[in-house]
Ligand binder design. Sequence first.
Ligand SMILES: Nc1ncnc2c1ncn2[C@@H]1O[C@H](COP(=O)(O)OP(=O)(O)O)[C@@H](O)[C@H]1O
Ligand SMILES: [Mg+2]
Length: 224
Amino acid sequence: MDNNWDIAINALSNINVFSHPNNDPVTIRGITDELKCIGVGTDAAVFQHIAAPGYAFKVYAYDKRDKINVEAHVYETLGDSTFFPTCFASTDKYLVLSYEKGLTLFDCILQGIHIPKTVIDDVEEARAYIRSKGLNPRDIHLKNIILQNGKAKIIDVSEYALPGNDLRWEHLKKGYEQYYHLIDGNSVPLWLVETIRRWYNQQRKSSFSYDDFTKAILKLFHLT
Ligand SMILES: Nc1ncnc2c1ncn2[C@@H]1O[C@H](COP(=O)(O)OP(=O)(O)O)[C@@H](O)[C@H]1O
Ligand SMILES: [Mg+2]
């Protein structure tokens, strides 16, 4: 790709991002006509510039900026792979990534868009690839996977340099295998997905049992 992302530098200097506790998404100050926000996470907001639509600029919250170097380094270690975006550059404020078309799996569930089993297999393959590079696949959840032409693209590689298994992917995969047929093809309302997400994050703080958790969800929402 041509290297014209620097056309966005000026507009990006007007953007400021602020983080919040409890896994709440960041907020943004300093709106410009040239930048479109295409997503927010707990550490950063991601923008596309009208004159350089092939790029995604991941602008970090002030107090999360120490993660920029870590994430840039992870991209470098991962090297060229179709499982991840390309990282073109980093500054003290943002990462310059390839823009990845498609919906996150979170949005697929909200919109009732079918998630094929091959996506699960892709993520498994990507996790093996991550390990083969001496990194640790972590933080792999519905908002960090994009469905692109029937294949999985994993965004947000920032935690791969940390130790430990957060089990998020293992839980999601089991949930897909056991229960996806209950919602496949239906739009799941946001309040329901958000309630389950918050409950999951809450319960993980103490001893967590996947079986007890899923049983309680099925019962509470009369899904069986
Ligand atoms: N390269 C990209 N292309 C398209 N959308 C992206 C890209 N990177 C991130 N996004 C969108 O922005 C959101 C937040 O980005 P993410 O890297 O997950 O931030 P955080 O580290 O704060 O969780 C994602 O859920 C996704 O919707
Ligand atoms: Mg994320």
